[in-house]
Write a protein that binds this ligand. Sequence first.
Ligand code: ZN
Length: 140
Amino acid sequence: MPSPTPEPESFSDDDLLFTCPHCGKNMAIEKQGMGLTIQCPDCRGLVKVPELSEAELERLGGSHAPAPGAQPEEIPHIDFLRDLCERIQGVQKKYGEIESRFSRQQEAVQALQEEVHSLQETMETLTRQMSESASAALSS
Ligand SMILES: [Zn+2]
């Protein structure tokens, strides 16, 4: 039977698999992203990516595993990723604000359109009444 979330098998071996603590969605992130705080694509909650033990890193990275004693902070990618992550979160936040502002404007535009429509109807009614009373005045 089909599953609403991707099965772990569809993720690469190099990806970290973890579960959103807010909505329970299964997610994957490149292992360089461990320890970062990311935004859940489903519920938009902030999720801390779990860090792997050295043994797991060894298994995942093989010969590319950091030398013993190396701190994750020494990997230049981490700073870059964290920076990128913050920028993405900032853009997503801005996008959300613009989206909600846009939908409010759409509602306002719709209200204006309805108002214009009802004014047009009023005008048509008045025009009809005027021409009716004019023809009534003529025929009397
Ligand atoms: Zn979530």
